[in-house]
Design a binder for this molecule. Sequence first.
Ligand SMILES: [Fe+2]
Length: 284
Amino acid sequence: MLFVPQQGRLILRTEMGQIEASPTEIIVVPRGVKFAADFPDGPSRGYICENYGQPLTLPDLGPIGANGLANPRDFLYPVAWYEDYDGPCEVVAKFGGQLWRADYNHSPLNVVAWHGNYAPYKYDLKRFNTINTVSFDHPDPSIFTVLTSPSWPRGTANVEFVIFPPRWTVALDTFRPPWYHRNVMSEFMGLIYGVYDGKESFEGGGFMPGGASLHNCMAGHGPDTASFEKATNADLKPHHIDNALAFMFESRYVMRPTKFAMETKALQKDYYKCWQGLSKRFRA
Ligand SMILES: [Fe+2]
């Protein structure tokens, strides 16, 4: 399970140790590890991805070589820790797609020591070594992959965690925001802070920190009208994107919104209008 705090700190007390994460940090808890969540800053917000496939791992770097993107040295594991607590404790487990509960008379977070590498960990997204073009055009966005759960067919993933962090954009003769596209992978996108360069000024809220967008398999998408106009007329000097941290959960599977997601007041039913101002640009 992948936790992406967006507002307020998250403290996970797990069977194997405690981990604290602030926004810009993530926590991964392997399947089956019990945990409790605390929010020391009060009401908090974030994103959670439940991975049913292979454990999340670093992507193959290919010609990038030994170093780059998320480096192994930056993943932090907790030291052993346990709770000596006798008293009522409700334990909830997910099994077969259902949630089950049980009453314990002690804390289950009572593992006094552990060894091996099946353990929760944290990673600071500010440590991501971003790679991008220094000439023209867009490399495949897979260069932004932090963690992947690989699957068949090769090149797709059960789920991938991808970030769009602060970085230089220097591409010449290129429309620099994300291009207009549709693809096999389904894309759930979130914004941890700042303004995403593909959705800059959509009236009525747009893509705000803490919000989310979903473009399922083969749903066409791209920058909104304002972002398109701005990028089309921009002077292509080196530009540093310094106030934005967006991310994607990308999957080869179609994502189905829950009933809650479809009925919440936060749903933007007029989202499609962000592209309505785009005009035909064919030459006569
Ligand atoms: Fe996309």
